[in-house]
Design a binder for this molecule. Structure first.
Ligand code: BES
Ligand code: ZN
Length: 629
């Protein structure tokens, strides 16, 4: 992929140096637009926010389910920050029909060459005083952010459904915008949908259907483009405690309200730790099963997979995670995708603090232990440079940076800092970071400077104890990581060992007190290639192939594959067909593809399932299976 940026740039190291030398801002409230004062190079965007920055977006869209298109107008209010006479936007697969300025004067525009994932640069010529640009456009039926679902792909089976997934650089496939996390804007929207459907966005939302299918939205807090989101379907709303609530299809909404009833307590916990929730309401939208992620932190309205509806609230750490993004990510945002760990590593750390406050430390020890297992296995797979917290994704898909390195190594870095300075100091430090940098985008260098000025403060012993550089710019897992243990997993280990050695019979495994996470640990620890007859025993006693817990099923299906446990194949096929969460699909297809005897089955399952997947998932699986549609 060629670099989209032809103009000369300030080298990153210079920016880092400048940031490191800049005087520290006071911890007081910073203006909401302070991020606009500096601009960071984003190799994944054509935008030039240092010249002209988009401050507000007004969307006026019609959702056409027949044509699978969003058609309408995006009006962009501009901050002219230089004498540049052009606005550069990101677009991908958009049909740009007309561009007008202010009160309707047509202007000229040029669409650059198609650069694959980056799409096409849209250069709009501005008048000397232009304040607003109107772009009339339509999205493509194949827009990568948008999934158009047939009624059969929904729980109700009667109405079509639509949802978007903008992170990381897919917003440009449905809105012409400065598609970089370094730019923030407020937005308003008017969206027209078939009158039997409800529309919701990452904004203030309706709770009831309108008679004419027209909905108005307002997002008064400035957000980056990757948090633009829209969903349309047969949705119902249920209020939960405080400012929390759920949206889901009618047949799912009750189960969702039960599963997520503790969201309000989570909110209380995180507010007590890190300061007030700044976004008004916090609702959760449960999507149809093809949603490619577990969750997406769209502000005011987290998008979530239905695969966390386990019935026993055992998978709600994901809600804690998405809620935590309201501080780490949505309030203080990674400036570029190279700084992704500032979003995700912080969020995993916050997620575990929330879970500790709402549940107990033993629960979090299990989450951390599983996270560390994931991290170790990821570190064994990625190249050394991809194991740094600070990434260099130039010329690559930002998706490549979406590994456990950002999430878990990021988390363990913050945990290491916490253990080194103590909770009290570390909590105060993080709270001040969110406060000082609220509504701004930050680079890794910005964080390093803030860390030095406000926590390390020249303390050489502390610096040595943590070794910040090893975490941020080094590969692998630094030795300064404090021990991570789980007593509950140690008890599971004893069972595992006895069972594997034949000393504990399947009938005598002491599993009664196990929660989902103990099962996950047990299944992960089960020797690879365990005889299929022994898997049959486990399946017989614990009904694993039939479990309604998606995480447990996923862990089990790895053994079904490795041991060629054929009685489990129907469950494998069914799981891969009825949901499209990439985190589950990718490892299972990878495993099948790595065995010549199973690859044909993988391709067969995929051929049937692929039409139901979101492009985020099918792009990944196409590559794994060398599949050409
Ligand atoms: N923001 C991410 C999802 C994401 C990351 C989408 C990068 C596109 C590009 C979200 O907060 C997330 O991390 N989701 C996780 C769940 C979490 C509990 C680790 C997921 O979907 O698995
Ligand atoms: Zn996240």
């Amino acid at each position: 992929m060629p670099s989209p940026l032809a103009r000369p740039l300030i080298p990153t190291f210079l920016l880092a140096l400048l940031a490191a030398c800049a005087p520290q801002e006071p911890a007081a409230e910073a203006p909401a637009d302070a991020n606009q004062e500096k601009t960071v190079r984003d190799v994944h965007s054509f935008a030039r926010p240092d010249e002209v920055a988009v401050r507000h977006l007004t969307l006026d869209l019609t959702v056409d389910f027949e044509a699978k298109q969003l058609v309408g107008r995006a009006s962009l209010d501009l901050d002219r920050r230089s004498d540049a006479q052009a606005l550069y936007l990101d677009t991908r697969e958009l049909d740009i029909r007309a561009v007008t300025l202010d009160d309707g004067v047509e202007t000229t525009f040029t669409l650059g060459e198609d650069q694959g994932l980056l799409g096409r640069e849209l250069k709009i010529d501005l008048g000397a005083d232009t304040q607003t640009v109107h772009v009339d456009y339509a999205s493509s039926p194949s827009a990568a952010a948008v999934q158009w679902l047939e009624p059969t792909q929904t729980a109700g089976g009667e109405h079509p459904f639509l949802f978007t997934q903008s992170q990381a650089i897919l917003a440009r496939t449905w809105v012409p915008c400065q598609d970089t996390p370094g730019v923030r804007m407020t937005y308003d929207a008017t969206v027209k949908v078939p009158s039997e459907l409800l529309a919701v966005m990452s904004a203030e939302n309706p709770t009831e259907r309108s008679a004419d299918g027209v909905y108005s939205f307002r997002m008064p807090q400035a957000i980056p483009s990757y948090l633009l989101a829209l969903a349309v379907g047969d949705l119902e709303f249920r209020a939960m405690e405080g400012v929390t609530g759920v949206y889901a299809e009618p047949s799912v909404v009750e189960a969702a309200a039960y599963e997520f009833a503790e969201t309000h307590q989570m909110m209380g916990a995180v507010e007590e730790l890190y300061g007030p929730y700044r976004w008004g309401r916090y609702d959760i939208l449960v999507l149809p099963p093809s949603f490619p992620f577990g969750g997406m932190e769209n502000p005011r309205l987290t998008f979530a997979t239905p695969t966390i509806l386990a019935g026993d609230r055992s998978l709600v750490a994901l809600i804690a995670h998405e809620l935590a993004h309201s501080w780490s990510g949505n309030l203080v945002t990674n400036a570029t995708w190279d700084d992704f760990w500032l979003n995700e590593g912080f969020t995993v750390y916050l997620e575990r603090r929330i879970m500790e406050a709402v549940y107990d430390p033993a629960y979090v020890d299990m989450l951390s232990q599983l996270g560390l297992q994931d991290l170790r296995s990821t570190l064994g797979e990625v190249s050394p440079r991809d194991s740094h917290l600070h990434l260099d994704l130039t010329g690559r898909d930002p998706d490549d940076g979406m590994t456990d390195v950002a999430y878990e190594k990021g988390h363990f870095f913050l945990l290491t800092l916490e253990k080194a300075v103590g909770r009290e100091r570390f909590d105060a430090f993080l709270t001040s970071w969110f406060e000082a940098k609220a509504f701004q985008s930050q680079t890794t260098a910005d964080f390093m400077a803030y860390l030095e000025a406000n926590l390390i403060q020249g303390d050489a012993a502390l610096a040595e104890k943590v070794n910040v550089d090893a975490w941020v710019f080094g590969s692998g897992l630094p030795e300064t990581l404090p021990p991570v243990r789980s007593a509950r997993f140690e008890a599971v280990n004893a069972q595992l060992k006895g069972w594997a050695a034949g000393e504990i019979l399947t009938a005598d495994l002491a599993t009664d007190a196990w929660t989902t996470h103990e099962w996950l640990h047990f299944l992960r620890g089960l020797p690879k290639g365990t005889e299929d007859a022994r898997l049959a025993e486990l399946d017989e006693r614990f009904k694993l192939s039939a479990t309604g817990n998606s995480e447990v099923l996923h862990a089990w299906l790895h053994h079904v594959i490795e041991s060629r446990y054929e009685d489990g194949y129907p469950a494998l096929r069914d799981f891969l067909t009825r949901q499209g969460r990439r985190k589950f699909l990718k490892p299972l297809y990878e495993r099948m593809a790595s065995h010549a005897d199973l690859k044909p089955m993988a391709v067969d399952i995929y051929t049937g399932a692929r039409p139901g997947y979101h492009s985020v998932s099918s792009n990944t699986i196409d590559a794994i299976l060398d599949y050409t549609p």
